[in-house]
Write a protein that binds this ligand. Structure first.
Ligand code: EPU
Length: 316
């Protein structure tokens, strides 16, 4: 059967009986929403709805959702805090899974390690580490994402990246089977972790090191200040492109004279060239067109191939 025919054969996911069938296999604590707008769940605040949006209340329910999708070849993706995500205007034909239920948000300190659920906020992880006098995790304070998102993309800031402070990770595959790896056994790169691409991260163990609380606090304040001085406060998806070899994308975009360039309601930030901000009424299309324009000039004028850092999902 052709790919197109197969996709057309798929049950209309938004139909009530299809969703009812999915819900029948889940505990009542799991939230399932049809036609859920995603714009409000991303920091960029653009994009259409998900056919189905699920917040599993347990690993068992998450496994059931994944098996449901696998059996029917329904596409899914995992939404973290939506801080590095661009959803296209047509929304997502499939299931969006979000580990926002408290069952996935635990942060437990054991000795010098923090055991964190994938749904926990990185800011919270950094705060707990500080409370227990554990240094080395201060950079997580400034990343507006969840533990799961940080694992999936090896998120970083201030010259540090998630996998540098990671000991182990637990993750579930598309068949609902749980795996556990030492961080060193997973393939990682700059802003990517191919080893976790097909998995849903469940839990991470971060390694801290004892440090005076004032020192941790001072570092966090210093970095916060640096961030507030160099990055825009308006809605954005963080850095939109990965830094290419040789020059930070922000500087390159500034040198190309593109700061302030706009398409519709999307504009290149005047504060930091590698941020596209939503001025209030942007559509995903505006952001994508602006990205294409930046890519075009970077290639034409400097021979540099910019690669999106932001994850792009959905259809036009
Ligand atoms: N710069 C300019 N013009 C600009 C922006 C930056 O000349 O418009 C220059 C800065 O002066 C600096 C250099 O470019 O000399 C690098 O800028 P910055 O220190 O802001 O760091 P960055 O490489 O642009 C990276 C991460 C950020 C992270 C910051 C701070 C990437 C793509 N970005 O930005 O991460 O917050 O360091 O640690 O790696 C993100 O991943 O979404 C993100 C925002």
């Amino acid at each position: 059967m052709s790919e197109m025919a197969r996709l057309q054969d798929r049950p209309a996911l938004r139909e009530r009986h299809v969703v009812d069938e999915l819900m029948a296999s889940l505990s009542p604590e799991t939230r399932v929403l049809r036609d859920e707008p995603l714009a409000k769940r991303t920091t960029l605040r653009v994009g259409g709805p998900a056919d189905v949006y699920v917040e599993p209340a347990s690993e068992a329910d998450l496994a059931a959702v994944l098996r449901y999708c696998a059996a029917r070849e329904i596409p899914f993706f995992v939404l973290g805090r939506g801080s590095n995500l661009l959803v296209r205007d047509g929304g997502f034909r499939g299931v969006v899974i979000c580990l926002a239920h408290p069952a996935f948000a635990r942060i437990e300190v054991q000795g010098e390690c923090l055991h964190c659920g994938a749904g926990a906020r990185l800011k919270q992880v950094a705060a707990e580490a500080r409370r227990h006098g554990l240094g080395g995790l201060e950079f997580l304070d400034g990343i507006p994402g969840s533990v799961g998102g940080a694992l999936r993309m090896n998120a970083g800031a201030m010259g540090r990246a998630t996998f540098e402070v990671l000991r182990t990770v637990r993750a579930m595959d598309a068949q609902g089977v749980v795996h556990e790896w030492a961080a060193a056994d997973l393939e990682v790169g700059y802003r990517c972790c191919p080893g976790l691409k097909e998995h849903v991260a469940l839990e991470a163990v971060f390694q801290g090191r004892p440090a005076p609380r004032e020192e941790i606090e001072r570092r966090m304040n210093e970095w916060n200040l640096k961030r507030w001085q160099s990055q825009p406060a308006s809605p954005s998806a963080g850095c939109i492109f990965k830094n290419p070899a040789g020059i930070p994308a922000g500087r390159l975009i500034e040198e190309l004279g593109l700061k302030g360039a706009r398409v519709g309601g999307a504009a290149v930030s005047t504060e930091h060239g590698n941020f596209i901000v939503n001025e209030g009424n942007a559509r995903a299309r505006d952001v994508l067109e602006l990205m294409a324009l930046i890519k075009y000039y970077a290639k034409a004028q400097r021979g540099i191939e910019l690669e999106p850092e932001v994850v792009i999902v959905g259809e036009d």
